[in-house]
Design a protein around this ligand. Structure first.
Ligand code: ARG
Length: 592
């Protein structure tokens, strides 16, 4: 599907090539004085050493624009300002209205993309960092899948390591049934803290715990069985949280740390053979170039501890090695908080030093007779995000100073939404109210998370996120439901197909049209940058443009092709809002 930018570039590119005597880029952006502005002549003037206005004038002599633009002007030092002709706009709109995918193409180069997200820890409560990772990761999965990529979801569950010694001993102390109960009902904090207390207070417990770690690592069957109880019950609980959140993670997406356990000894062997391992304070470490502490000393990534044990970094190295070598992925995304930036950067740097990126290209490269180009090296990206802050501007904690339980936040948001709904619409039956409250409450939490630049911290503020005014989920959900109600009240089907171009005459129609046509480019950009606030911003502007349109352009009271055209615009807006929100994991109720 053609967007206005692409259409104008298509028309201008041959003219630029003719003037330049070689391909030249007619780059286009949204203009302030016209719909679009092209600064290609300025770039070319530097290359050709000629006046930019002169170049622009020559380009316009060659370019065929009459049928798509109503005004074309050269401005300032040599910008070309382009205003789309109403029929051109109307034609493009009719095209996207008839398209199930709203003009968003399936990608021409489908990739295999691994998304590492959520990653809670067994027998430990999920905290708001896991909430952010889960919400952002889910949005990434939805957008990339919709673009037509193959997405492999990886929930890097913390299910291995030294804490399991004390967790298993505590499980034995309170009895398996009680332990399973506590974990499955979500009392993970209580369970973990009790184990911790016993460990701190009781020397005998400490000894038992250490022996238990050894037994676990040696594969002792009883110990493994108990370990499995902990992991299974915790997974059940996490699945309940995911169901409540409405994210796409399934039970099959758990790829816990323990899975890479057998790959740790070969990892150490390989790093040693590559000459990347050095002993430091009894531990086996790699020192990737460029990472130093405050005193300028090289920073170690600990691969094997002095006692022979492996830690978080070793597992991440083994995981990355596996993903690069065995999954033949084009892109790896790590949706993990900013505090782990350095850790991940060191893991990624070690992978480069070890040559694992190249290994993937070799393994999946063209075989004899296959003339295709070799696969590009895998892109490995840290999709980082900041902290969630409380109303005091400090890292979100309970009054007692503990980290906040994620489910409590969700429950509170849903409860508040339910109270507002009960007040506004007391006749709504209980089931409908619960469903609506869930859509609004959970949607509000997700939208608040995704609508700011993810790298920044954000304040968790129920009043703001649940407000019906402003850049919030409820505002957009309401805008969507209001459009749907236009059709419901008039008892008409939403028209999708227009016989000719849509009629775009009023300024408010034009503003809405340009927003609708920009959706494909926004999706393309977000699939690349994974900066979802660009999408939320776009949807917010779209809803605002719709309000302007609806206030200025009568829909049901107009007639003939104008009425039809406006009904198509209404429906297209509703569909774009619904699709956009769905890509963020947010529901759009038909009525509110
Ligand atoms: N379990 C980790 C934590 O709670 C997050 C895992 C992130 N993914 C990874 N491959 N390191 O901090």
């Amino acid at each position: 599907m053609v967007t206005p930018e692409k259409l104008l570039i298509e028309r201008l590119a041959p003219a630029f090539a003719q003037v330049a005597g070689m391909p030249a880029d007619p780059s286009m952006r949204r203009g302030r004085h016209a719909d679009f502005q092209c600064d290609g002549a300025l770039a070319l003037s530097r290359r050709l050493g000629r006046d930019a206005r002169e170049i622009a004038a020559e380009v316009l002599r060659y370019a065929v624009l009459d049928d798509v633009c109503s005004a074309v002007e050269i401005s300032g030092p040599g910008f070309v300002n382009l205003t789309l002709a109403p029929t051109g706009l109307g034609r493009l709109l009719a095209g996207i209205a008839a398209d199930e995918r709203l003009g968003v193409p399936r990608t021409a180069r489908p990739e295999t993309i691994v998304v590492d997200y959520s990653g809670p820890n067994t027998a430990k409560e999920m905290h708001v960092g896991h909430l952010r990772s889960t919400i952002i990761g889910d949005a990434a999965v939805r957008v990339l899948e919709w673009q037509g990529h193959t997405v492999l979801r990886r929930n890097h569950l913390g299910d291995w390591g030294t804490p399991f010694g004390m967790l298993i001993e505590h499980l034995l102390d309170i009895g398996e049934t009680e332990a399973a109960h506590e974990l499955s009902v979500g009392d993970l904090t209580g369970f973990y803290q009790a184990a911790r207390r016993a460990f701190d207070a009781d020397e005998a417990f400490r000894v038992r715990s250490r022996e238990r770690v050894v037994a676990l690592q040696a594969g002792d069957p009883t110990t493994l069985r108990l370990w499995r109880v902990l992991v299974t019950e915790s997974k059940k609980y996490f699945m309940a949280v995911y169901a409540r959140l409405g994210v796409r993670l399934t039970a099959d997406d758990f790829f816990g740390e323990s899975r890479y356990n057998n790959e740790l000894p070969p990892l150490v062997k390989e790093l040693a053979e590559l000459g990347l391992l050095r002993e430091s304070a009894g531990a086996q470490c790699v020192f990737p170039a460029g990472f130093v502490n405050r005193d300028g000393e090289p920073l170690p990534l600990i691969v094997r501890k002095g006692d022979g044990g492996f830690g978080y970094a070793a597992t991440d190295l083994a995981t990355l090695r596996h993903r690069l070598r065995d999954l033949a992925a084009d892109r790896l995304l790590y949706v993990v908080g900013t505090p782990q930036s350095e850790h991940l950067a060191m893991v990624f740097a070690t992978a480069r030093d070890a040559g694992w990126h190249g290994a993937a290209a070799d393994g999946a490269g063209p075989t004899a007779g296959d003339a295709g180009p070799p696969r590009a090296p895998t892109r490995v990206e840290h999709v980082d995000f900041g902290y969630v802050l409380g109303s005091d501007g400090k890292i979100l904690r309970t009054r007692a100073g503990a980290s906040v339980k994620l489910v409590d936040l969700l429950d509170e948001a849903v409860a508040r939404a339910a109270a507002t709904i009960a007040e506004k619409d007391p006749d709504l039956d209980a089931d409908a109210r619960a469903a609506l409250a869930r859509a609004v409450g959970i949607g509000a939490v997700k939208y608040a998370d995704l609508s700011g630049d993810r790298r920044k911290d954000y304040r968790f503020d129920y009043d703001r996120m649940l407000s019906l005014d402003g850049n919030t989920a409820p505002y957009l959900q309401y805008a969507h439901a209001r459009i749907r109600s236009i059709f419901a009240r008039a008892a008409i089907e939403a028209p999708r197909v227009a016989s000719g171009p849509l009629v775009i005459r009023e300024p408010a129609e034009r503003a809405l049209a340009l927003r609708l046509l920009a959706f494909p480019d926004v999706i393309e950009e977000v699939g690349e940058s994974l900066r979802f606030h660009r999408l939320t911003h776009h949807l917010f502007e779209l809803a605002t443009a719709f309000t302007g349109f609806y206030e200025n352009c009568p829909v049901l009271r107009s007639e003939g092709e104008i009425r039809h055209s406006r009904l198509v615009l209404c429906d297209l807006t509703a569909r774009t809002l619904a699709r956009g929100l769905d890509l963020l994991g947010i529901e759009t109720p038909e009525r509110m």
